[in-house]
Design a protein around this ligand. Sequence first.
Ligand SMILES: Nc1ncnc2c1ncn2[C@@H]1O[C@H](COP(=O)(O)OP(=O)(O)OP(=O)(O)O)[C@@H](O)[C@H]1O
Ligand SMILES: [Mg+2]
Length: 259
Amino acid sequence: MTDISPERGALAVTGLRKTFEAENAPVRALRGVDLTVSPGEFVAVMGPSGCGKSTLLNLVAGLDVPDEGTITVAGEPVTGRTEDELARMRRKHMGIVFQFFNLLEGMTVLENVVLPSVIAGRRRKMAETRARDLLDLLGIGDKASSVPGVLSGGQRQRLAIARALANEPTLLLADEPTGALDSAGGAEIIELLRRLHAGGQTIILVTHDPAVAEAAGRIVRMRDGRVVTSDPASDPAPASASASASASASASAFGSRTI
Ligand SMILES: Nc1ncnc2c1ncn2[C@@H]1O[C@H](COP(=O)(O)OP(=O)(O)OP(=O)(O)O)[C@@H](O)[C@H]1O
Ligand SMILES: [Mg+2]
């Protein structure tokens, strides 16, 4: 069941605090963060280096545990879960794109996208069909049997995004997805994110790049572990993202090839 009602929202974060024990003094990375993201929204998180952006994303993804506060994704709590439950939540709800791709270099491009779905319990044939669709739509269908090592930076980033979308995630979480790319590669990714957003995909993206943030409907600015402004959407979530807006919106958009 991946449908989420707008009332429940795609993401609700309240009172999030996280302190890291460092050598000299503890680092208060998050000092009380509240954030709500509606289904279909595309939110860019910006702020100076060290202000807590990646920490926030990692906590939302259940990759680390907050000291205080709650996180709910599609109405399901992320906080207070066991490791196994968190792994299940991630497979069901999260597509995560890291700055340095984390691709499986010994496997083909196709296998990189098939594997998450198979792990999540999808039949291999279905997983392969969706993986080929995603690769086609992201413009790297002809590289399906190559290994990631032969791809350009932009192609590798698109592969990382294809893999994150394999399980039709409620949330696409991306930490500086254009950070390692030149401007042409960055522009390709921006265009891709715009198309995903238009297809109803909920996106939360950390970026330093104003050109990337411009593609988002809302910019959340952080400083010293807090959200300082959350500019209202100049470009509200697409109509397709209301009512039954959901993780499956992106799937149907892919299915009908409208992204
Ligand atoms: N595992 C950790 N152990 C100790 N300190 C950490 C850890 N992870 C993050 N920090 C510290 O927490 C603060 C917030 O880090 P975070 O990675 O969230 O910043 P950021 O906003 O993503 O920065 P950047 O834009 O440079 O990626 C920083 O001071 C960082 O040094
Ligand atoms: Mg970071």
